[in-house]
Design a protein around this ligand. Sequence first.
Ligand SMILES: Cc1cc2nc3c(=O)[nH]c(=O)nc-3n(C[C@H](O)[C@H](O)[C@H](O)COP(=O)(O)O)c2cc1C
Length: 192
Amino acid sequence: MNSDDKPISDDPFALVDPQLWLITSATENRRSGLIATFVKKASIVPDCPRFVIGLAHQHETCRLIEESGSCVLHLFSREQSNWVEQFGVPSGSQTDKFKSTSTQTIKTGAPVLSDAICAFDCQVERSWEIGDRSLFLLQVVETKMLNPGFPLRFSDMWNMVSTELRQTLSTLLVRDQQIDRQAIKIWRGEID
Ligand SMILES: Cc1cc2nc3c(=O)[nH]c(=O)nc-3n(C[C@H](O)[C@H](O)[C@H](O)COP(=O)(O)O)c2cc1C
């Protein structure tokens, strides 16, 4: 609610303002990473930490997680907002997205970006297909605090990026929505 006690938006979905995550994964000779909002802490047990993430099948990072069984989840701040364009626009199947970024590994071997706020090194416990996405249940095997900072949220990013990038992200969103709509309807048996 704002100071007039009126809703900020008429669209309930517009009130959902998730944090942005950078998810990386690698096999012996391939690596990639993407920006994701579909990341949820999935356990309250300190000694059994878990996340659930949802990634679209067409993304290189999704394929790498399926192959390697591991990934790293990062939170990052507005100082690293350039990662949205670097990791959230191109596909890692065509380009090495890690150029000019400093990386390390912790336990699983998936790449950790040293400039992130923190990293959760994870192994896949189980996965499910839901049409447009693979859901991965992740066991956190190691965590690392890397740098101080406040995790970037979707609305912060949207307000700070250039008009050009906002336009690019909108175009990609429409493309991905079309792919996902088709995949959901096939999965539901609504179309062949
Ligand atoms: C703000 C934002 C949020 C995104 N959230 C997700 C997500 O939750 N799941 C997903 O599969 N893709 C998501 N994407 C799309 C991927 O980050 C993007 O398509 C990426 O380029 C895929 O790279 P890859 O093919 O190298 O894996 C998001 C992109 C942006 C810009």
